[in-house]
Design a protein around this ligand. Structure first.
Ligand code: HEC
Length: 129
């Protein structure tokens, strides 16, 4: 592993994330030897406070309202789940944008912290190429 791949692994596995929310593996686990092609999701739901995509809400005739995510499921009554979305797979993440449930992040996610994102990408490349 190169120094930069190693840095990416450390960020992904150990560091508090760029938003201070905790390690990536808390929600996007890499479980070695459990599955030959891990999807890097624990399939749980979380509310990350992803910004509203106003253009998309307007196009869908829902201007001025929030997407309530999991709470829109008629079988879900727990109001604390409003705005929760399933943890996305990170397989091939570099080429699967736009990102988040509403595509609100396109290039921005790559620009958040270029050095860190590049290191994480190189680590994934090391793991799965
Ligand atoms: C608390 C759980 C949690 C943690 C910790 C977390 N994520 Fe996520 N991540 C999510 C959820 C939930 C989504 C989907 C959000 C949505 O669709 O609005 C997501 C989506 C993403 C996406 C967009 C995927 C797509 O295809 O749209 C990327 C990229 C991502 N996470 C990377 C990371 C990285 C890198 C870290 C660590 C620095 C991290 N995440 C930490 C829960 C988490």
């Amino acid at each position: 592993m190169t120094a930069q791949e190693l840095e990416g692994m450390n960020i992904y596995m150990n560091e508090v994330d760029i938003a201070g929310a905790g390690r990536c593996t808390l929600c996007h686990p890499i479980i070695k030897d459990v599955d030959s092609s891990p999807l890097m999701t624990d399939y749980s739901y979380n509310n990350l406070g992803v910004p509203i995509n106003n253009a998309l809400r307007t196009a869908n005739g829902k201007a001025g309202t929030n997407d309530e995510g999991l709470f829109l499921n008629p079988d879900v009554n727990d109001t604390s789940l409003k705005g929760s979305f399933k943890v996305s797979s990170l397989r091939n993440i570099a080429v699967t944008g736009p990102y988040m449930h509403n595509g609100v992040f396109k290039e921005q996610i790559k620009n958040m912290n270029k050095e860190k994102v590049l290191s994480i990408n190189l680590f994934f490349f090391f793991l799965y190429s």
